[in-house]
Write a protein that binds this ligand. Sequence first.
Ligand SMILES: C[S@@+](CC[C@H](N)C(=O)[O-])C[C@H]1O[C@@H](n2cnc3c(N)ncnc32)[C@H](O)[C@@H]1O
Length: 278
Amino acid sequence: MVEWEEIMSRFGGYEDQPFVAEYYDFNPVYAERPDVEFYVDFARSAGGKVLELGCGTGRILIPTAAAGCEIVGLDISEYMLAKCREKLQKQPREVQERARLVRGNMTSFGLEETFRLITVPFRPFQHLISLEEHLACLCCVNRHLAQDGKFILDLFQTDARRMYDPVYAEESEGFSEVELPDGRKYRQTSRTVAFHRAEQYNDVEIIHYVTHRDGKTVRLVEAFPFRYFFRYEVEHLLARCGLRVVELFGNYDKSPLEDDSPEMIFVAEKCENREDAQ
Ligand SMILES: C[S@@+](CC[C@H](N)C(=O)[O-])C[C@H]1O[C@@H](n2cnc3c(N)ncnc32)[C@H](O)[C@@H]1O
């Protein structure tokens, strides 16, 4: 038997759907992302405090603190922060002391300190749909970035087929079924339910199937709009907020951005103080 739970969320479902945080760390695709060392290396060489926007359950924040770096994690979702807190409590005291968690929106935060490194790992920026939100977030970054600090913005490289091809409307498997520690089985699929090409976003669903030990399967739908970006659009956005791109990678091995690169990873520095976008 299948049960339904569905609601369209604004920031990826993280802030209003507790099941998203509950299953996040059991997703092998997330757990195996090859980005952790990339961020930890940047944090080690930053020479000061790090701010992670959209820190989630601490997939990157905890290894960063464990590597000896002080880090503040900001996230809009109390559910994701609660998971992160729970995981931090299992860390040695000195690691816990190097990490601070703050609930907030990355478009309107004020932390009254500056950071040597600000990061947005694994695409939280793509949950911001409007131009006003993008500029508000990047101006907040400008205000919180030390004069010689670095900002790393991590987005996927847009594959144009994903903007219109009906093949993406079909439900496709994200990974094969895994067993949860309590014996339940878990798998995930995803699909695009609407293309909004003129506004550069898709309505997306991530569908979680959880099979209980009595054989009952629950179907949980995380439905949200997801924005896609193009390389020069991002460079212009950054420039409007006083940030200049100094490096651009196509993957976490620091290879250059090419036609078939999966990611667009911008490393930027502050070239001007900006309260508001120009
Ligand atoms: C894909 S997860 C990434 C989490 C973490 N950075 C990682 O790499 O595993 C996206 C995170 O962004 C957060 N998020 C989405 N919109 C946000 C916003 N406007 N302000 C702050 N956090 C936001 C979500 O709550 C979620 O924890």
